[in-house]
Design a protein around this ligand. Structure first.
Ligand SMILES: [Mg+2]
Length: 184
């Protein structure tokens, strides 16, 4: 039997932060000063509150999250699609991602559309919407957020960012090439 591998979407398979920054720029004219690899926080409210008061930050966040195009037009991370395709031959691959980030269905529906378009070789039934990912049972999980995976019973592979460096994972990788070297 192939080992079971769970793969996260935001900031792992897709460039969530850069897309978010692009939408903030379009809506407000504000250009975030940090790049993805400089982030010390994962939370979009923290990013927004460097530039806006709470009320405006919530408004901007909701506007972005409610737009299905925000979710369907994200760029894949470099090499992600190619490596996932190769991994699919050796592993039983599931996409494990949180999708309940706003009061609308845009994220839920948008992520289905994204996976169908970019990962057509993965059965859509293997898209798992899950926030408490440590409840999943499998051999490996790739994620960027320690708090959602830290009690996972398989091996934890963390996609490296400044905001997760406090955490000692089983493996730490900087990009998809390194994931390929580790798992293929
Ligand atoms: Mg993530």
């Amino acid at each position: 039997m192939k080992p079971i591998l769970f793969i996260d979407m935001d900031n792992v398979t897709v460039d969530y932060y850069t897309q978010f920054a692009k939408y903030v720029k379009e809506i407000t004219g504000i250009l975030f000063k940090y790049k993805l690899n400089e982030l010390t926080s994962f939370t979009c409210m923290k990013w927004l509150k460097e530039y806006f008061l709470e009320e405006k930050a919530v408004q901007v966040k909701e506007k972005i999250f409610n737009d299905i195009k925000f979710w369907t037009t994200m760029e894949p991370m470099p090499d992600a699609i190619e490596i996932i395709k190769l991994l699919e031959n050796k592993y039983n691959v599931y996409i494990s991602t949180s999708a309940f980030v706003s009061n609308s269905n845009s994220c839920v529906l948008g992520k289905i559309e994204w996976v169908k378009k970019h990962l057509p070789f993965i059965d859509i039934a293997k898209l798992i919407y899950c926030h408490h990912k440590y409840l999943l049972k499998g051999d490996y999980i790739i994620d960027d957020l320690p708090r959602v995976v830290e009690k996972f019973t398989g091996k934890i592979i963390i996609m490296d960012y400044p905001y997760n460096r406090f955490y000692k994972a089983d493996y730490r990788v900087k990009n998809w090439k390194e994931i390929g070297e580790l798992l293929l």
